[in-house]
Write a new protein. Structure first.
Lengths: 327, 327
């Protein structure tokens, strides 16, 4: 019998679910609205029912599934399987989703926060494949991350490791939403990109983005990258700042956990090679001379399915290692 | 039969050796000049002979020793047991000391660089006892470090992880000896402390350290801390800068590997509570508001024996885990 692994990506708007073969190749996927307003029990019911229907639709059965992976947003107690809180699911506090889902499906559930899930997905079958030490950044509205050390996710003493967006790179620099000053998130997130561009245009910088601000009352990160591709100088300056901030955290991570590969994911990588090449340039300019082993810096490859792929890959890994727990 | 563990600390000037019981309590220790000028074979002979004599003098025998721990300076390939290079042992390049010592003693040898050894010593029986996640800084001429994640040393893809002195905290800041700009080492090492004080006095800052510079042609780190204790304002300012730099890397490490405890060791901790309290103050001022779990910041407790203690503790751990290799 071939094993089938289920990966679930619980988001604020939608629950995405995929079923995968034992090579973590996608067989079939589906999506359903989260409806957090109906409460955690209903959300857990929906996850279980949608997973079962997905299997049926794919001509498979729950009997073929040794384990299920679940990724949740925000800080999560992975040891206890508890989702603590999340900006985009404000109704939910300390919900034991691992136990709730495991009871409904009668299967062991492996649980992680969404950044670790996506990190593990890239590590197992994406851009991080083939290395044992990896660092992963998600560049979205904010910046999240994951760290693989010697083939294992780094969790830290309170399951809050790899909050990589809040590495301070300018102690006297910009305020971050977290309350710290000078976090990389304040220089390299989509929010910060939009904000820095807006401030610059409002401050009188010459840019084709001025028209955007006048017409839309705001500049988005997407606008910045569109105008970058069209050759706007301010957009280039803003992007250079982003790349510089990311290069500094790459150097720092190299001196801390020494990854073989650093993988960037999230909406911001839509900026493309221009951003990636600038990060590499700054990295090479600022890294110490003694460095011998090259580190590879690249973009993620799994795209929007990273959540379900990573969750299924975690489920498979726990099964392979004999580390499955129910509840 | 009680097991006896041997810990060896290979330094540029002296080889220190201790024998320990299975609680890593020191039974007896000794020291002998390294004499690197006589070549690596002679140094390995000296390590083996001195260890055997130490056992004899303590009324013990090599038969009671299941494993030996060896700490070497500088970058080291711990997987291969090779000392790559070291500033204070410039004659030695890529010396397979693990194999050489193991052959001479007929015992498995556990091998690490000296910062990891001291880190492990503090973790096993010193200031880090009782936690599973720890970060360790040695504040000496330069700054080194070690990271314990989930009870294991973090080595990285090329055995160069935990080069914590080269975390960049001011990308546009002071040049570091490593070739990078703005490393914490450029703000918080003993060298940097002396250099910053000298620069300030030469630049006209009022300080009781001026007399020291005039008389000795230099200001040392020790001078700075002596004048700090006597109430000199410049010494306080220099120390505040040091503490601020160390607080920033503490915050960064908390967001990266999330230690439960951060331990500072090395000559600089001679500055005492004044330095430690400033680090804690800055840490608490700059850490994000969301932080719930407190991290403990403290000084190391093992002192100059950390090297032999840590090496013996590593030897014991490998023995306990059944992970011993010869050669």
């Amino acid at each position: 019998m071939n094993e089938i692994f289920i990966g679930i990506d619980l988001g604020g708007t939608n629950i995405k679910i995929g079923c995968f073969d034992s090579d973590i190749k996608l067989i079939r996927k589906t999506s359903t609205p989260t409806r957090a307003d109906m409460g955690p029990d209903t959300v857990a019911d929906k996850m279980a029912q949608t997973a079962e229907k997905l299997l049926t639709d794919a001509g498979l059965s729950l009997q073929e599934v040794p384990s299920v992976g679940l990724g949740c947003p925000g800080p999560a107690k992975y040891r206890e399987g508890i989702m603590e809180s999340a900006t985009n699911l404000p109704e939910f506090k300390n919900i034991p989703f691992r136990k709730m889902l495991s009871e409904r499906l009668g299967k062991p559930v492996v649980f992680e926060n969404d950044a670790n899930v996506a990190c593990w997905g890239e590590y197992a079958v994406g851009a991080g494949k083939g290395v044992e030490d990896m660092v992963f950044f998600t560049l979205g509205t904010g910046i999240g991350g994951g760290i693989i050390n010697n083939g294992k996710l780094v969790h830290g003493c309170g399951d809050n490791a790899a909050e990589l967006g809040h590495i301070i790179i300018h102690p006297d620099g910009r305020m971050c939403n977290c309350g710290q000053r000078g976090c990389v998130e304040a220089y390299a997130s989509a929010n910060s990109t939009a904000k820095r561009a807006t401030e610059a245009v409002q401050g009188g910088a010459k840019s084709s983005l001025k028209k955007v601000l006048d017409e839309n009352d705001e500049i988005t990160c997407k606008d910045v990258y569109e105008h970058l591709k069209a050759g706007d100088k301010l957009a280039k300056k803003i992007t250079d700042e982003t790349a510089m901030a990311l290069a500094i955290v790459c150097i720092n991570m190299l001196h801390i956990t020494e990854p073989k590969r650093i993988v960037f994911a999230g909406g911001m990588i839509g900026a493309g090679e221009i951003l990636l090449n600038r990060i590499k340039d700054y990295f090479n300019e600022h890294i110490w001379a003694l460095r011998k082993e090259p580190v590879e810096i690249c973009f993620a490859t799994l795209g929007e399915d990273a959540g379900i792929i990573g969750a299924a890959a975690l489920a498979k890994q726990a099964y392979d290692e004999g580390k499955l727990k129910s509840g």
